[in-house]
Design a protein around this ligand. Structure first.
Ligand SMILES: Nc1nc2c(ncn2[C@@H]2O[C@H](COP(=O)(O)OP(=O)(O)OP(=O)(O)O)[C@@H](O)[C@H]2O)c(=O)[nH]1
Length: 370
């Protein structure tokens, strides 16, 4: 069989996480219309059976990455480090671009052209920044020594006649191994993508068990689902200044192995309950007030929406308690950012298990529960 790592690279909002979820067929990464939704590398594992006349069996480990952007805060720098790490440990890179955007790129090796709209300073800054970031992404892929695919995403949103010039323009940026137009939401072009990826993957054994679809443990997916609802429910700077840490995750006891058959008219027993407490961190009192909302209405909306999804993820009922904590300037705190990293949290939990003590609760203030 074939196996290997495929890193998904692109600007914020290009559709990386949507593509990952579409390929895996499960919600592995959260998706929102807001840029910079993804903050860490996330592995989605796709075990593909052989298809006669098309491809052999394969295990493709897709690595979703944060969107490539100019770092402002220390958090941004860490997000970009996640991108670089994903580029180092890969067999293939897929660069995903948004077909609805305009690309005004300098040719490889050429100095970027001057921006056209100097009269409108805010417009200037935005388009200049976007162009610089686009050019940076293409420079990144030009340094790679592995196959790089260009995926032109969101083709469901553009007129067909726009596609050929876009392909021609972007193909001039690099000698891409494949250029494939796709729609991640409509699942268009994904079969050919998988087929071509398998063609270019090395021969090798599975990296993960056959039935595993992500390396991300449940409790961290739970934290991400809560963060997704914060992103969807709040505006302005709140989504970017928020972080979620699951502080308590109490699974119900396993169901009896040989349950008694139900008697006529007897209702099935209620699903067991998972008890979860999570802290939502923000940077300022004002953000905390927004997150809680008048009379706790916002926190309740976040909790309700998150609970529903967590229940379907875990297959149990869920009691979800949310806390809002102000941690000033956490995006610039090296120590705090390290504790947010779920891989570090896993190590910490493993240590606590060794010492047979209950999971440590971070200091937090109770603000609402669902
Ligand atoms: N119409 C359409 N929308 C898409 C498609 N792919 C993604 N989107 C939308 O684009 C937005 C961004 O998608 P994400 O998957 O979160 O993008 P991302 O590249 O992971 O974003 P970051 O986490 O910011 O790096 C969401 O609103 C998606 O629903 C597509 O093929 N067609």
């Amino acid at each position: 069989m074939k196996s290997g790592f495929v890193s998904i690279l692109g600007r914020p909002n290009a559709g990386k996480s949507t593509l990952l979820n579409a390929l895996i067929g499960e919600k592995v990464a959260i998706v929102t219309p807001k840029a910079q939704t993804t903050r860490t590398r996330i592995h989605g594992i796709y075990d593909v059976p052989a298809k006669k006349g098309k491809h052999q069996a394969a295990q493709i480990v897709f690595v979703d990455t944060p969107g490539v952007h100019t770092p402002g805060t220390l958090l941004d720098k860490r997000m970009m480090q996640e991108v670089y790490d994903a580029l180092e440990t890969r067999d293939i890179v897929v660069l995903i671009v948004d077909a609805t955007r305009n690309y005004n790129l300098a040719a490889p090796g050429e100095k970027p052209a001057e921006t056209e709209n100097e009269a409108n300073k805010s417009q200037f800054t935005k388009s200049q920044k976007e162009r610089e970031e686009d050019e940076f992404v293409f420079r990144l892929v030009r340094k790679l020594d592995c196959p790089v695919f260009l995926l032109i995403n969101k083709i469901d949103l553009i007129n067909a006649e726009k596609l050929a010039p876009l392909i021609a323009q972007l193909s001039a940026q690099h000698r891409f191994t494949e250029v494939i137009p796709i729609s991640a939401t409509k699942k268009k072009g994904l079969d050919i993508l998988v087929e071509k990826l398998i063609e270019h993957l090395p021969v090798g054994e599975r990296y993960f068990p056959k039935d595993q679809f992500t390396d991300q443990p449940e409790r961290f997916m739970v934290a991400e689902l809560i963060r997704e609802k914060i992103l969807l429910e709040t505006g302005e700077e709140v989504p970017y200044a928020s972080a979620v840490v699951v502080e308590r995750f109490e699974e119900p006891p396993p169901p009896p192995k040989n349950p008694k058959p139900l008697k006529a008219g007897q209702l099935p027993p209620k699903l067991p309950v998972t008890r979860i407490a999570a802290a939502i961190y923000c940077e300022r009192e004002g953000q905390k007030a927004i997150l809680i909302g008048k009379g706790g209405i916002k926190l309740k909306a976040i909790g309700t929406a998150a609970r529903k999804e967590i229940e379907s993820l875990l297959g149990t009922r869920v009691f979800l308690e949310l806390f809002v904590v102000v941690q000033e300037n956490w995006r610039e705190s090296k120590g705090f950012l390290a504790t947010l990293d779920w891989r570090n949290q896993l190590e910490e939990l493993a240590k606590q298990d060794d010492e047979a003590s209950p999971p440590k609760l971070l200091k937090s203030e109770v603000s609402g529960s669902e």
